[in-house]
Design a protein around this ligand. Sequence first.
Ligand code: CP
Length: 308
Amino acid sequence: MQLSTKHLLGIKYITRDDINLILDTAVQFKEVINRPIKKVPSLRDVTVANLFFENSTRTRISFELAEKRLSADTVNFSASSSSVKKGETLLDTVNNILSMKVDMVVMRHPAPGAHVFLARHIDANIINAGDGTHEHPTQALLDAYSMREAVGDLEGKNVAIFGDILHSRVALSNIFCLRKLGANVKVCGPPTLIPRHIGSLGIGVSHNLKETLEWCDIANVLRIQLERQDIKYIPSLREYAQYFGINKKVLDGLKKDIVIMHPGPINRGVELTSDVADSRQSIILQQVENGVAVRMAVLYLLAEQRKT
Ligand code: CP
C-alpha cells in the first residue's frame, strides 16, 4: 500500500486509509527503535532538510532521530541563525537549500499555509512540522497512535481536547484525524479560547470541565499559548487554573479512569498539575516515544512514494 499524497501538508489533505497506513507502519518502527541496534537502511541515499523558522524541542529532535534511525542524511536549519535575518524570502531560502540536492523538507513555519505555498513551487516532498495556528499533522498522528495503544480502536471513543483551542494547530489536526478515525470529539475551554464556528467540524463544544471529563475516555490537554496572545483572552493564569486546570482532586472525583495526554511543553500548575502530568493515567512520555516511530513511518512512506 502507498500514501495517496506526495506531501504531508495537513491531516485535512489525507485520507482515513493514509492515516491507518501510517499508524500501522509506525507499529513496525516502534519495534525497531526498541531493539539494541535501532537503525535500518530504508532512507540511505535520501537527504532531508529540517527547516525550523519557529522554536521547537520535541518535534525537531524527534524528526532528526527518526531520520537518523532510517539512515538518511540530514541538514538542520534554524531561522534565527540564517540569512532569513537579512531579509531572504522563504522561497529563495528553500530553493538554495534544494540546489544542494535535498530530497525531503521538514518545515516548521509561523505562517499558516506556508507549506501549501511551497508545495506549489518545489519538487521535494514536504512535511509540515507545524504552520502557525493551522496544522501540526505529525503531532495528531502520534497522538492517535498513542490513543490507539491506550484504548484500542478509536471508532466510537470519546476524546476531549481541553484548553487554548483558538491558537492551537494541535487541536485542529487532532480534530481532523480523530473524526476521520470515527472518534467522538469535544473541545472544552473558556468561550474566548474556542473559535466561534468550530462546531461545524462535527464536534461538541463545552465550557464545563467536570462534565467534559465525565464524558471522555481520553483528555488531550493543551497549553495556554501565551506567546500568541496579543490581547488578553483570560483574566489571569490563576483564574484559568481554577476553572479549567486538571488536578488530582478533580481526576479522583470522576466515576472512571481516563487517559491524560499533553503534546508539550506543559505549563505545570496551569492546565495540569504535576501530580496529574506524572500520574499513572498520563501517557505524555509515551507520546514522545511514539513520535519517533510515527515520524519514521511518515518519512519512509513518502520516500516509497518518490520511487513510483
Ligand atoms: N509538541 C510540540 O510540537 O512540541 P515542540 O514545540 O517542542 O516541538
